[in-house]
Design a protein. Sequence first.
Length: 67
Amino acid sequence: MRNCRDISALVSQGLDKKLSLPERFSVWLHVLMCTRCRNFKTQTQFIRKAARRYTDELQSRLDNKSN
Ligand SMILES: [Zn+2]
């Protein structure tokens, strides 16, 4: 069984690359039982999404400027 440190490392890695099926399964199984990691996963994904929205917005502003 993987511990919380392993899981949060996998969650972070999952933001930048696709995790393997066994990795995703471990994360999924762990967050079912562990509130702490479930919160961590939710927060990280939320921050990631917000950051992506921000960079998209920034990029579209830059694109508009060059037109
Ligand atoms: Zn955990």
